[in-house]
Design a protein around this ligand. Structure first.
Ligand SMILES: Cc1cc2nc3c(=O)[nH]c(=O)nc-3n(C[C@H](O)[C@H](O)[C@H](O)COP(=O)(O)O)c2cc1C
Length: 165
């Protein structure tokens, strides 16, 4: 067992440890001031059925989340196999994040990525400070699920595919 220094600013060992846990990747996006704004987030978790709540954890340093968080509706797309380039684009620090990303918008302004495994139309329900991240708890207002569309997998800092056993 390796001891963790809670004040280690680099936290490389902890990053590699957290990367042992596989996840999907979501895109959290909406129209802000008439333009599409969004970011990739692998920290998605289903939280509650009644009321329907999900969460994503957002870095305190994010410049995108402060723009997204005041949207009346946020589109959350669970990215599918083949969306790896879209995911990279949606996490770029510079340039048009939506270049090469096909999307639709809802009447409320949520943006949804074409071909995703799941679309959730959400609003911000609560935000909880948690270390260098905020846990954004989102209320789900609508959904479109495509259970036969395999999701993109993120594990060990790389994209992978689901395999049946
Ligand atoms: C696969 C992947 C997963 C990511 N997951 C998260 C996440 O859960 N939370 C987060 O704050 N940023 C996450 N990011 C980083 C953001 O997508 C984005 O790069 C970051 O918010 C920096 O841009 P910003 O300052 O414009 O917000 C992830 C990036 C990638 C490529």
């Amino acid at each position: 067992m390796i001891e963790i220094d809670p004040f280690d600013q680099d936290a490389g060992g902890l990053r590699r440890a957290f990367a042992c846990f596989p996840s999907g990747v979501t895109a959290v996006c909406s129209i802000v001031d008439g333009e599409p704004v969004g970011m990739a987030a692998s920290s998605f978790t289903a939280v509650s059925l009644t009321p329907p709540l999900v969460s994503v954890c957002v870095q305190d340093t994010s410049e995108t989340w402060p723009r997204l968080r005041s949207s009346r509706r946020l589109g959350l797309s669970v990215l599918a196999e083949g969306h790896d380039q879209a995911c990279r684009s949606l996490s770029n620090k510079t340039g048009d994040r939506f270049a090469g990303v096909e999307w639709d918008r809802s009447r409320g302004g949520g943006i949804f990525v074409h071909g995703s495994s799941l679309w959730l139309e959400c609003s911000l329900h609560a935000e909880v400070e948690a270390g260098d991240h905020a846990i954004a708890i989102l209320q789900v207002h609508g959904l479109r699920a495509e259970p036969d569309t395999p999701p993109l997998i993120f594990h060990g800092s790389r994209f992978r595919r689901l395999a049946a056993i």
